[in-house]
Design a protein around this ligand. Structure first.
Ligand SMILES: NC(=O)C1=CN([C@@H]2O[C@H](COP(=O)(O)OP(=O)(O)OC[C@H]3O[C@@H](n4cnc5c(N)ncnc54)[C@H](OP(=O)(O)O)[C@@H]3O)[C@@H](O)[C@H]2O)C=CC1
Ligand SMILES: O=C(O)C1=N[C@H](C(=O)O)C[C@H](O)C1
Length: 242
């Protein structure tokens, strides 16, 4: 039985993850939230799961590195500097960061990469996501993950091809771009559709999350897989063998 600590333990995901830890037969070592100190938690833990906010990530990574324990990061809204911090920590401890821990989205990203690699630039790619009214970041981490998969399939960088939201006189759509649109409202757990749009035909790949248990189960599965691994940065496809 492994002792797992949760960063963001009182949040919607933190509570779902606590349930998934118990259901998986692991031990819930404790948790912290905004005013907590990760260094008080790490001595009780074999691993951390962080589903909180990017603001606390640096301190959390420092605490995990100091304790020499692995960490699963599901927090979204990450910027380039957060990825740099994660890469740095991964030199010392095993780290898995993903915008979506579900099996369905992990497979979807694979399918999107494949479709993008086979369809030319005359197939425009647009990613639409819908989330509950409490979500604070946009586009969602999952939308960005799917955008990365599409960009990889095309052999381009997402940073240079992303169009994040449109307003006003935008001009014609530029070929090769990958568009993002975000809807917010109600209690939607997380819906994502990647549209491939050509002249006279369209493809749409969708994933609809019916509740948070899929993310929580995936996070615990990733935690179990990560324990005992060498330091490094790992991915959900590796966990799920996809
Ligand atoms: N990768 C995935 O599969 C998924 C990722 N997510 C992501 O997980 C994150 C949390 O989502 P959700 O649970 O819905 O959000 P909530 O707002 O419900 O919960 C966030 C929790 O994190 C805590 N928190 C905020 N800042 C810090 C900090 N600096 N240090 C420690 N804890 C902090 C909050 O505490 P307080 O109340 O005190 O502010 C709160 O308890 C989001 O980034 C979301 O996008 C969500 C679902 C799936
Ligand atoms: O905030 C959420 O709720 C979710 N966040 C993740 C994201 O940003 O993609 C995953 C899931 O869609 C739910």
């Amino acid at each position: 039985m492994s002792r797992i600590g949760i960063i963001g333990s009182e949040g919607r995901m933190g509570q779902a993850i606590a349930e998934a830890i118990r259901a998986a037969g692991e031990e819930l070592a404790g948790g912290i939230d905004r005013d907590g100190d990760a260094t008080t938690l790490t001595p009780k833990c074999d691993l951390l799961i962080d589903f909180s906010s990017p603001h606390g990530l640096e301190n959390t990574l420092d605490a995990a590195v100091a304790a020499g324990i692995p960490i699963v990061i599901g927090t979204t809204g990450l910027e380039e500097r957060h990825h740099w911090l994660i890469d740095n920590a991964a030199q010392t401890i095993p780290v898995l960061q993903t915008g979506n821990t579900s099996l369905g989205v992990t497979l979807l990203a694979h399918l999107v990469r494949e479709a993008a690699s086979r369809l030319g630039e005359d197939w425009d790619i647009e990613i639409v996501e819908t989330h509950h009214r409490m979500k604070v970041d946009a586009p969602s981490g999952t939308a960005l993950l799917l955008g990365e998969a599409a960009a990889e399939g095309r052999g381009v960088g997402l940073a240079n091809s992303a169009v994040r939201g449109r307003d006003g006189i935008t001009g014609k759509r530029e070929a090769g771009t990958i568009g993002f649109a975000s809807l917010r409202g109600g209690s939607v757990s997380g819906d994502h559709t990647v549209h491939f749009l050509a002249d006279n035909e369209r493809l749409a790949f969708s994933h609809l999350a019916e509740n948070r248990t899929i993310f929580a189960k995936g996070a615990v599965k990733a935690a179990q897989w990560l324990l005992g691994k060498e330091p490094g940065r790992y991915t959900m496809p590796e966990v799920l063998g996809l």
